[in-house]
Structures are given as C-alpha cells and as structure tokens.
Design a protein around this ligand. Structure first.
Ligand code: NAI
Length: 465
C-alpha cells in the first residue's frame, strides 16, 4: 500500500490534518494506537471535562443559585453514575463522529502503534504483535502529549490521579488536593468542589495561571476563593504516602524550609504535560529534538525530508485548536498550497465559572517588549444583561497599541467568556483597532456589550460607567 500522507496520531491535530489532506485530493491514512479516535482531547481531556463542568455547574446552580431567581426546589441530589454516563455518551458521540468523518473523506485508519522506520516508511505494530509496513510520500507526526510526572508523587489513578483519573472518580472526595494551579487544576478542581469536595490547590509559583494576564489571574483567584477553593501558593510538594484512608503529602515553601504534612482523600497531579514521542523511532530516523519537542521550521518540516510534525509534540501552546489549525496548514502545504497559522491570535480559555478567556498579548508581555499601549476596562457589574443573569463577576480588558490603536490583546473574565473572546480574535485577525470594535453595533442586552464598552474605555468614552 502506498499513500501520499500518513498521519501518526488521531487527536485534534492528526484527524483534522488527515481530513483536510483528503479534501485536497491526497490519499491519506491515519495510524492510531488507542481503540477510539480523537486523542487526549476527545477521550480524556477537553470533551469529557466539559461534560462534567457543564453538569456540575448546573448542579451548583440548582443548589445555590435558583432561590435568588425565585425558583424553589429541594436541594438537588447527585447521581454521580448518571453524570458520568452523560460524560461517556458525550465522548462516544464525538469519537464516533471522527470515525464517520474518516469514512466520509476516505481516510484509511490503522489501529496500532505507529513508528517511523525511515522517510517514506511507517511501521504499524498491532497489539497482538503483527507488524505491517506502509509506504508513503509524507509523514505527519501528531502524537500529542502525556502527563508530566511529579517525582515523589506517584500517580496510581486511584488515590493519586492525573486528569484521566480525576475525570473518573467513583465518589466525591471529602478532601481533594490539587497540585498545580494551571488550567487542569482549576477546571477539575471546580468540578469536584461543585459536587461537594473541599478543594485545596498547591502551586509552586506565587500566582495562579502563569502565562495569563496577572490582573486576570488575580481576580480569578479571588473569585475561586469566594467559591470555597483554597490556595497554597509558593509551595512545593516533596512527597506523597498512601495511607489506609487516603494520601499524606509533604509540603514545604517553594524556597525550602520546614516540611508540613497535609492529608487528602484524593490528590490530583496537574503540573503540566510533556510531548509524547515514545516508540516513534525518531532517533533512529534522525529527527532532531529539543527538550523533548520535535524541532520544525515555519512549514512544520522536521530536519528529515518528508517528515512533518504538529500539535503538542512541537513548540507553542499545548491547545487542541492550535493543533487543529496546524493540521490544516500542514495538509495544505503538503498539497502545494500556502498553509499558515497566525500564532499571535490563538485564544486561550479556562472553562471554570466564570470562564477566563484571552487572546493576544498580556500587559506583562507588552511591558516586557517595551510596547506602549492603552488599556480599556469594563466590569460586568455595569452590564444590564449580566445583572439579569446574576453573572456580574468579571471584566473585559482591551489592550491597544498607543500609537496605532491596533488591538494587541483582549482578556475576559465572565460567564461565557470563552464564546465572547472570538469577536476579539476576528478583529485581531483583520488587524482591527479598538475604535473598530467600539464602533461595531453590539446587540442589547448582551454580555458582549461589555467588550464594546471596554473598547470604548480605551479612549475613556465608555457610556455605562
Ligand atoms: P499548566 O501548565 O496549565 O499548569 C501547571 C501548573 O502547575 C503551573 O501553574 C505550574 O506553575 C504548576 N507547577 C509546576 N510544577 C509544580 C510543582 N512541582 N508543584 C506545584 N505546582 C507546580 O498545566 P496543566 O494544568 O497540567 O495542563 C496541561 C496542559 O493542558 C496545558 O498546556 C494546558 O494548556 C492544557 N489544557 C488546556 C485546557 C484548556 O485550554 N481549557 C484544559 C486543560 C488542559
């Protein structure tokens, strides 16, 4: 069998790349080692976590938010297996959707561990040991990432869990300790807090959500604390011991010093992810790596002709939508077109309540780069729809170049921020200014009016504040 393109890995990077290449007339195959397509995102990441975030948010709302709207219901009762079924059904519908799209686009799928034998040769090893070698003109590596382990805190996916185990707990823990105040820690910490766990987050740095705008992270921390989550910042976990009842963690200040014991029923390790390239045979094939990531040029080419790489195994943020866009771009490049990804406009969303969404530069990044800017801010306490929805927590911040008014970054903390951020992304993709945003008519009454008001606030001409 000979192909134009073989994609190794069927996550958002790989499956999107395969479909786009097939649309462009290439003969395409995908190699996937797991039983279902979709990678981490669809099986044990974005999709199942959003199913639980949505369900737990409604559970929380029914228990604590309805009365203020004049809706009296008895305290809601949790049916955890029922909630897990919603999660499993959501995952199944999505992974089956990818299988359907492969068929529709005539992408051939091989189940097994893919390895690069040489340029133009991909070996597929099936679970029963059968080996098959496929010939291809091009290879795209899209094998994604895996959980970064924490020395001294061994993940057993029962008491000490990664995000995978945290999506599948059999009961609500009394006390959940989350190690790492990043995206996974805050999202899955939120799920279990809403369902009744006491959640403490231990973070090495002196702030949460590193990389996000500092003002945004600070307000988010205050809101999470108001919800009952507690934070132990500038602290490190140096060991974990399983006990009859749970786990005992040894925690000390990040700077060192006296160790303290902390008890938990469940510990979630969420200190980041690292590229997954095990078993790919990259070293033998001569593919250059740097600090675990495959090195690529602007056209996703590795140093070996005919071998490309995208997604979490290469530089840049480990985000499904970044991988998807790279998948489209590399497919187009292989098909002789001009594929491109604009890394300056990749939105990032934390799906907590409220959501935290951002696109472009933070204030800290602009200051570090010596770029002068104007900031316009608008709080949801001054937005009519937010009041009607009892969703007044949060704000919008628009950062625009001082000289040209071009929008360089937008940051939103709000219910629905993850949907609202995209008008900023489109604006920035077109090189728009804060005035463009401010003069665009926004429907009333919507939360999005706060985006417009923040843009108006860049020139201090907001109406409702
Ligand atoms: P992360 O990089 O977002 O956060 C990890 C946190 O752990 C950081 O705050 C870091 O300072 C801290 N940390 C590192 N070592 C530590 C230690 N020894 N002790 C205490 N704290 C420590 O990583 P996370 O949350 O595990 O997520 C992994 C990847 O998955 C990220 O790239 C993230 O972007 C992606 N992801 C994205 C989501 C989204 O877009 N909504 C959802 C979930 C994950």
């Amino acid at each position: 069998m000979s192909y134009d393109l073989i994609v190794i890995g069927s996550g958002p990077g790989g499956y999107v790349c395969a479909i786009r290449a097939a649309q462009l007339g290439l003969k395409v195959a995908v190699v996937e080692k797991e039983k279902t397509y979709g990678g981490t995102c669809l099986n044990i990441g974005c999709i199942p976590s959003k199913a639980l975030l949505h369900a737990s948010e409604l559970f929380d709302e029914a228990g604590h938010g309805f009365a203020a709207l004049g809706i009296e219901v008895p305290a809601p009762k949790l049916n955890l297996p029922g909630m897990m079924k919603h999660k499993a059904d959501t995952v199944a519908a999505n992974v089956n959707g990818v299988a359907f799209l492969f068929k529709k686009n005539k992408v051939e799928a091989f189940r097994g561990l893919g390895a690069v034998l040489a340029p133009g040769k991909v070996q597929v090893t099936v679970e029963d040991g059968t080996v098959q070698v496929l010939e291809t003109r091009n290879i795209v590596i899209a094998t994604g990432s895996e959980v970064t382990p924490l020395p001294g805190v061994e993940i057993d996916e029962k008491r000490i869990v990664s995000s995978t185990g945290a999506l599948d707990l059999a009961k609500v823990p009394g006390r959940l300790i989350v190690i790492g105040a990043g995206v996974i820690g805050l999202e899955l910490g939120s799920v279990w807090r809403r369902l009744g766990a006491r959640v403490e987050v231990i973070e090495y740095l002196d702030r949460i959500l590193p990389g996000m705008d500092a003002e945004v992270a600070k307000q988010a921390q205050r809101l999470f604390e108001k919800q009952g989550m507690t934070f132990r910042l500038a602290s490190k976990v140096t060991g974990a011991k399983a006990t009859a009842k749970g786990v005992t963690l040894t925690v000390e200040s990040a700077a060192g010093g006296a160790a303290e014991s902390v008890e938990a029923d469940i510990v979630l390790v969420a200190i980041g992810r690292r590229p997954f390239t095990a078993g790919l045979g990259l070293e033998a094939a001569g593919v250059a790596m740097e600090r675990g990531r495959i090195v690529i040029d602007d056209h996703f080419r590795t140093n070996v002709a005919g071998i490309f790489a995208i997604g979490d195994v290469v530089r840049g943020p480990m985000l499904a939508h970044k991988a998807e866009d790279e998948g489209v771009a590399v497919a187009e490049i292989i098909a002789g077109k001009a594929g491109h990804v604009n890394y300056d406009v990749i939105p990032g969303v934390v799906y907590t309540f409220p959501e935290i969404a951002s696109v472009g530069k933070t204030e800290e990044e602009l200051k570090a780069a010596g770029i002068e800017y104007n900031a316009g801010k608008f709080p949801f306490t001054a937005n009519g729809r937010a009041r009607a929805n009892r969703a007044t927590d949060g704000f919008v911040k628009v950062l625009a170049d001082k000289a040209t008014d071009r929008v360089l970054g937008v940051h939103i903390v709000a219910a629905g921020a993850g949907e609202m951020i995209h008008e900023a992304a489109v604006l920035m993709e077109f090189g728009g200014s804060s005035e463009d945003l401010a003069r665009t008519c926004h429907a009333h009454p919507t939360m999005s009016e706060a985006v417009k008001e923040a843009a108006m606030a860049v020139e201090k001409r907001q109406i409702h504040l």
